[in-house]
Write a new protein. Structure first.
Length: 273
């Protein structure tokens, strides 16, 4: 079962799983499914072996706009998933870190926003429920999907580039980013892996905002302007992926070609090219 199957990742994950021999049960609110209905969820999950749990509110703004429902879905929805007594693979996020240059799975988190607090609480619930469960922490996602998100860092910069001008602040801060293809591959990897459980960082690369912006600007003949602003969360760190790579997982991200694909998407959608 894939909860959040019609979301940004889910719309790429489900076809990939089917192509690789899985039988997939989709579960998503756009299909009329309700993760807060415990009995309904348990009935749907009766014959499944694994639940890939991705249903939730995405990003800081969506949680700010829907604080009560976001908490219900992230906490009570996760409790309902765990009540199905299946192996769970949970998609999480990299939270906040103070004064840390290199992040590992053991780095202490200091979440500053309710979104990160809720995701980390759900992580704890899932890991405590069974040693077989897996938590995957993704960096900022990017890459074309049939349910595209425009609010992601790389997408925002590429979309601006297609208009002819990009503005960025703090260009030299490091950001961990995860290509959607790598996210999908990691979820499929742990669906078949003999690894019983654990917490793993899934980050395709660490790069500066300047690197992303310059690639996007160059591909779209856009001007790049550096402005004097500060990220209130002060995110500036690199993420280690040694643990997942020691299991044999390999990342496929190619930043230049992926940004070219995103540029083509936004030129087609926004500029009717």
């Amino acid at each position: 079962m894939v909860t959040g199957s019609r979301g940004y990742i889910g719309t790429r994950l489900c076809p990939h799983l089917i192509e690789n021999g899985f039988k997939v049960v989709e579960f998503d609110k756009v299909l009329g499914d309700d993760i807060l209905d415990k009995e309904y969820l348990r009935d749907r999950a009766y014959d499944v072996d694994i639940i890939i749990h991705m249903a939730g509110f995405v990003g800081l703004k969506s949680v700010d706009d829907n604080p009560i429902m976001a908490r219900n879905v992230h906490i009570f929805g996760t409790e309902n998933v765990l009540s199905c007594n299946k192996r769970v693979i949970f998609t999480s996020v990299l939270g906040s870190y103070d004064g840390v240059q290199v992040v590992t799975e053991n780095t202490v988190t200091t979440p500053k926003h309710e979104y990160f607090i809720q995701k980390l609480q759900a992580e704890k619930m899932i890991r405590e429920a069974s040693h077989k469960n897996v938590v995957l922490r993704f960096g900022t996602l990017y890459g074309v999907s049939s349910n595209m998100r425009d609010d992601l860092l790389v997408h925002t910069l590429v979309r601006e580039a297609t208009t002819g001008k990009i503005k960025i602040f703090q260009p030299n801060v490091m950001r961990p980013i995860t290509y959607i293809g790598d996210a999908v591959s990691a979820l499929a990897f742990f669906s078949t892996s003999k690894v019983t459980g654990g917490l793993f960082n899934v980050v395709s690369r660490n790069c500066t905002k300047r690197t992303i912006a310059e690639l996007a600007a160059g591909m779209n003949n856009a001007n790049l302007e550096i402005v004097d602003e500060v990220d209130i969360e002060n995110r500036n760190y690199q993420v280690s992926t040694d643990m997942i790579q020691r299991l044999g997982f390999r990342f496929s991200d190619n930043l230049e070609s992926n940004i070219a694909e995103i540029s083509e998407y936004y030129n087609r959608v926004l500029n009717k090219v």
